[in-house]
Each structure stands twice: as structure tokens, then as C-alpha cells.
Design a protein around this ligand. Structure first.
Ligand SMILES: NC(=O)c1ccc[n+]([C@@H]2O[C@H](COP(=O)([O-])OP(=O)(O)OC[C@H]3O[C@@H](n4cnc5c(N)ncnc54)[C@H](OP(=O)(O)O)[C@@H]3O)[C@@H](O)[C@H]2O)c1
Length: 285
């Protein structure tokens, strides 16, 4: 007898209970043998990923992680030398095909140039919008000039939207996925980071809309890192001041975001869309 059967019998004996559909009539245990766990679901073998902002810190780690998980790559950043250096490291470590596009994601021809690289590889399965700017100056919203709003909204919201729009067809054909990298500043206000926070809030809502509009073919999710520095060290007084709010009591290293991103990109997340995955050391803000 399973633990639901006494309850089911009692319900069945209750007058009028036959009009309720509470429990299945047959004694079906929900606790069968555990299904086989197929960890190959986490593999990105045979996929091609576009990753923007892939030359340093989080984007560089995601590029390395995706390649080691089996994905070919199209990597995007502005500084060509640094991008090519990292691409070569990824090729050597993974043996994957890695194309580079030295482009500013805000350029109107960025999608076209990235598309040419995608065509050379032959398919597109994953679009990871990671490139960003915090703005050339920080400060209260009422004191942030149009220049700051233009660069922040242009880089963090319009550029990802253009790439999603440009590649929706390829991603639909491959039943692929999109990951947009957002920020805690887009969920709750961070003093002095208003323009950045508003752009990331917009990116999160873009994620949710696209998850609805591109379903069921394309899954669209957001990844929210916590404070992440290349070596995991708080290298600025502002970061040191934030650490008491982080239960894990430290910054992240970029590679600590890789598993979450691979999950969202992979078949392991086949029933996850329109979702936000926060990897921020437990910071409740
Ligand atoms: N680090 C954190 O603590 C933290 C926390 C929360 C969220 N995030 C989010 O995580 C993502 C990555 O952050 P990060 O700290 O790793 O960034 P980062 O160290 O500043 O690196 C940014 C990357 O984006 C590229 N990039 C910047 N502007 C670009 C443009 N207009 N066109 C093309 N590429 C551009 C940069 O290369 P070039 O300069 O050569 O173009 C670089 O590869 C961002 O979306 C950010 O909002 C970061």
C-alpha cells in the first residue's frame, strides 16, 4: 500500500466524492524506480554558439566552457587582438572550431557580420548575449546625460534584441536557445547604477517576451551572475563594501558561471524557458 491509498479510500467513501477528481482510482505509486539519468543531456556536442563579449572575464570563461562541452563557437568582442588570443586558447584546449568577429555589438552591421561567421560554421544553436557596458559615467538617473543612456541602452538592450531578431530564424530551425546575461542591478536598484540597471531590467523583460513569442521552438532564458572578477578577488572598495551582503562571503570566479550557462543552453534544460537563473553567492540584495 502506498502512502496515498488510505486518503484515497477515505475520499472515495465521502458522499459526492465521485464528482471530485482528486486521486487516480488505481493504486499507482508515484515512487517507481528512478529513471536513468542521462548526463549526456548536458553536452553541447554538435552545437554552434555565438557568444558576445567573449574576450575576458565571464564571457571568456563561458567560451572556454561551451567549447569543452562540445560546442563550436563564434566569438564577438571589439578588441581584435585580445579576442583572437582567447580564441586560440579555446581552440588549443578544446579542439573545437572557433570563429571570431571583431565587432561592436551596437554597430548596425554587427548582426550581418556575425551571421557571415555563422554561415561559415554552418548552423546556429545557441545565442549568448553577454557583452555589456556600465556606461562611461555612473550616477543618479536625473544626472545621467543622454550619452550614457544611449550607450548603455544601445549595448545592453538594443544590441541583444537585434541579435535575437536577426537569428530567430536559424534558432527556430535548430530548435535552439538564447541566454541573456542580466544583473542584480536590473532586479533591485543599486545606487549610481540606474541606467545600467534599467537596461538590464529591459533585457530580462525582453527575455520573457521572447520566451513566449519564440516558443515552442526556441527556449529563452536569463543568467544573473553575482559579483564576478577574473580571479575571484574583490579588487575595488565598492566590491569590498558589497561582500558583507553575500552569504558565500566572496566574489565569484568567472568559471563558476559556466555550469549554469551550460545547463540553460543544453538539453538538460529542455523544459526551462522564460526563466532567470541567479548565481550570486546567495545575495538577497
Ligand atoms: N562581473 C560582474 O560582477 C557582473 C555582475 C552581474 C552581471 N554581470 C554581467 O555579466 C556580463 C559580463 O560581465 P563581465 O564583468 O565579464 O564584463 P567585462 O569583463 O567588462 O567584459 C565585457 C566583454 O564584452 C566585450 N564588449 C564590451 N562592449 C562591447 C561592445 N559594444 N561590442 C562587443 N563587445 C563588447 C568586451 O570586449 P571589448 O572591450 O574588446 O569589446 C569584453 O569581452 C555582462 O552582461 C554584465 O552585465 C557581470
Amino acid at each position: 500500500m502506498n502512502r496515498f491509498q488510505p486518503v484515497a479510500r477515505e475520499l472515495a467513501a465521502t458522499p459526492g466524492a465521485d464528482s471530485l477528481c482528486v486521486m487516480p482510482a488505481a493504486p499507482v505509486s508515484p515512487f517507481g524506480e528512478p529513471a536513468d539519468v542521462d548526463l549526456s543531456l548536458f553536452s553541447l556536442a554538435g552545437r554552434t554558439s555565438v557568444i558576445t563579449g567573449a574576450s575576458r572575464n565571464i564571457g571568456a570563461a563561458l567560451a572556454m566552457g561551451f567549447a569543452k562541452a562540445g560546442s563550436d563557437l563564434v566569438l564577438v568582442a571589439r578588441d581584435e587582438a585580445r579576442l583572437n588570443d582567447h580564441a586560440e586558447r579555446v581552440r588549443e584546449a578544446s579542439g573545437r572550431r572557433v570563429e571570431t568577429v571583431a565587432a561592436d555589438v551596437t554597430a548596425l552591421d554587427a548582426a550581418e557580420r556575425i551571421g557571415e561567421a555563422v554561415s561559415r560554421v554552418g548552423r546556429l544553436d545557441i545565442l549568448l548575449n553577454n557583452a555589456f557596458t556600465g556606461g562611461s559615467t555612473l550616477g543618479p538617473i536625473t544626472q545621467s546625460p543622454d550619452l550614457v543612456w544611449d550607450e548603455v541602452i544601445g549595448t545592453n538592450l538594443l544590441a541583444p534584441m537585434r541579435l535575437c531578431r536577426a537569428f530567430a530564424g536559424e534558432l527556430t530551425a535548430s530548435r535552439g536557445s538564447i541566454i541573456n546575461v542580466v544583473s542584480g542591478s536590473g532586479l533591485l536598484p543599486t545606487p549610481g547604477m540606474g541606467a545600467y540597471g534599467v537596461s538590464k531590467a529591459g533585457l530580462w523583460m525582453l527575455t520573457r517576451y521572447l520566451a513566449v513569442e519564440l516558443a515552442p521552438a526556441v527556449r529563452v532564458n536569463a543568467l544573473c551572475p553575482g559579483i564576478t572578477t577574473p580571479d575571484g578577488v574583490a579588487d575595488h572598495p565598492i566590491l569590498e563594501g558589497l561582500l558583507p551582503h553575500v552569504p558565500l562571503q566572496r566574489c565569484a570566479k568567472p568559471e563558476e558561471l559556466v555550469g549554469a550557462a551550460i545547463y540553460l543552453a543544453s538539453g538538460a534544460a529542455s523544459y526551462t524557458t522564460g526563466e532567470l537563473l541567479i548565481a550570486n553567492g546567495g545575495r538577497p540584495w
